[in-house]
Design a protein around this ligand. Structure first.
Ligand code: FMN
Length: 189
């Protein structure tokens, strides 16, 4: 992370190598406002939450996620919805970070939510379910604008490159809004 940069930590809610949500985060990194950096933390190494394990100390991947979250100026989650809700791997990672509550790295953290689905939903129900979780964690989740990507298979090529110019401009506007809002939140908190 370079000094003076506004730093966003991107978290995909899918482990798939060909994930549209991973691709959406990579596309986001290409349309950032000046002076903003985005790095992605993949959840593949996060084990299933187990309070017995946590009592003996967080696993390495969880410690790394917590460290990166604490350093970030804002968090950007790009996730599919699974069965109208939050994919288990994402909820699992949030559960690890949430304990112990006093040092939860999501507390007072500006968070942006976006998501891509292969169908027509654009992840709206999954995003709403995530908002509920972040109420308990006392995070600051941006209300508007929302970014919902429907029919993701038509918007990325076989290498995961964004090929939809309208979406690229929506993504650019979303990131500009997220950075402006997160800066405001951080000044006021
Ligand atoms: C277990 C499971 C549940 C799903 N449930 C939904 C759903 O509720 N709504 C929806 O729009 N798509 C649903 N999908 C389809 C996902 O939108 C699609 O698989 C998407 O590509 C996953 O995101 P990814 O490309 O980032 O892995 C589901 C997929 C899986 C594997």
């Amino acid at each position: 992370m370079s000094a003076g940069t506004f730093h966003i930590l991107g978290i995909p809610g899918s482990l798939r190598a060909g994930s549209y949500n991973g691709a959406l985060l990579r596309a986001a990194a290409e349309v950032l406002p000046p002076g903003v950096g985005l790095e992605v933390f993949a959840l593949n190494e996060i084990p299933p939450y187990n309070a017995d394990v946590q009592a003996g100390g967080d696993p390495e991947a969880v410690r790394e996620l917590k460290r990166r979250l604490l350093e970030a100026d804002a968090v950007l989650i790009a996730t599919p919805e699974y069965n109208y809700s939050i994919p288990g791997v994402l909820k699992n990672a949030i559960d690890w970070v949430s304990r112990p509550p006093k040092t939860c790295a999501f507390r007072k953290k500006p968070v942006g939510l976006m998501g891509a689905s292969s169908g027509e939903s654009g992840t709206i129900r999954g995003q709403l379910a995530l908002r509920q979780v972040f109420v308990y964690l006392d995070s600051y989740v941006m209300a508007q604008p929302e970014l919902r990507v429907t029919n993701a298979g038509q918007r990325f090529d076989e290498n995961g490159a964004l090929i939809d110019e309208e979406l690229r401009e929506r993504l650019r506007a979303y990131l500009a809004a997220l950075v402006d809002w997160a800066r405001l939140v951080r000044r006021c908190s």
